[in-house]
Design a protein around this ligand. Structure first.
Ligand SMILES: C[S@@+](CC[C@H](N)C(=O)[O-])C[C@H]1O[C@@H](n2cnc3c(N)ncnc32)[C@H](O)[C@@H]1O
Length: 274
């Protein structure tokens, strides 16, 4: 396991993922019944943007670093929460979701890397609403679902360092939609060039998973397979109104993060109907 998210925290792809996740969790919180979030690939939770890893790549400067002056619009609910964390830090998905839990809501986190798991465990020690597991994400999805609350979000955010990660993700989503029909599912994927992302969405459509949308942002024409040109979030069973909200979020992000290269854009589109 070579991937360490500390090098990438707060980059454009994190901003897209986290702004969208914020909208999903906010929607879950609009109903009084408790919900649970399972974050299958959690990372360490909260990132120090002054760390040697973050400084080495500087990726956050072209992501969250470009959003410092946003004062209104569809990014503000997420950014207000981010700005509530200490200056120079950036909340990854565990810290973000934890900040949105109500007293009866729960968060389960899985992280396999020994050092990142230790950091995650330390960050949420003695937090009765959060359970931290050192277990394989794909195995955990079967073991930890359906939720006792019967509602919530399963967030899948693999590092895409291993062969076959797209296929594993499509299989996991299909299996989960069979065992826990009511769950909202959100799966992050890279867009380096178009073909693998398109094949993933085709596989999802063929798998029988229902009600899936793809939310994508790309900063340049995705033709260079060696570069992270864009990213997507496949959302199954999206909350009411999320599709429109996702479009507004991605449009606002694109306007701020576009680097002036040819061929950038965003889309929110139906992959499989309800
Ligand atoms: C992209 S990062 C997660 C970032 C995090 N979701 C966020 O948004 O802040 C992926 C994480 O998954 C972990 N990981 C990789 N394979 C895993 C597996 N099979 N089960 C659990 N965690 C895994 C990696 O160590 C890494 O920390």
């Amino acid at each position: 396991m070579n991937y360490r998210h500390a090098f990438h925290a707060g980059n454009f792809a994190d901003c897209a993922k986290h702004a969208l996740i914020h909208a999903i969790v906010a929607a879950l919180g609009r109903k009084p019944a408790p919900f649970r979030v399972l974050d299958t690939h959690a990372g360490i939770g909260l990132y120090d943007l002054r760390s040697s890893e973050a400084r080495r790549t500087g990726e956050w400067r072209d992501g969250i670093g470009r959003l410092e002056t946003v004062e209104d619009g569809p990014l503000l609910p997420w950014l207000s929460l981010v700005r509530g964390f200490p200056r120079g830090t950036y909340p990854g998905s565990p810290a973000l979701v934890r900040a949105m839990l109500r007293p009866a809501d729960r968060l389960a986190l899985c992280e396999l890397h020994p050092e990142d798991h230790a950091a995650l465990r330390a960050a949420f020690r003695r937090d009765a609403r959060v359970a931290v597991h050192r277990r394989d994400a794909w195995e955990a999805i079967g073991a930890l679902t359906p939720f006792p609350e019967r509602r919530g979000l399963v967030l899948m955010d693999p590092p895409f360092e291993a062969e076959g990660e797209f296929a594993r993700l499509a299989d996991a989503m299909a299996a989960l939609s069979r065992r826990f029909r009511g769950a909202v599912q959100a799966a992050w994927y890279p867009i380096k060039h178009r073909a693998p992302a398109r094949a993933f969405l085709d596989a999802l459509a063929a798998s029988g998973t229902r009600d899936v949308i793809a939310c994508e942002l790309w900063l340049r024409e995705p033709t260079d397979p060696a570069r992270l040109n864009g990213c997507g979030l496949a959302v199954a069973n999206p909350p009411f109104g999320f599709r429109e909200e996702a479009g507004a979020i991605l449009a606002a992000l694109h306007a701020r993060l576009d680097e002036g290269e040819a061929g950038g854009g965003w889309t929110v589109r139906e992959v499989v109907p309800e």
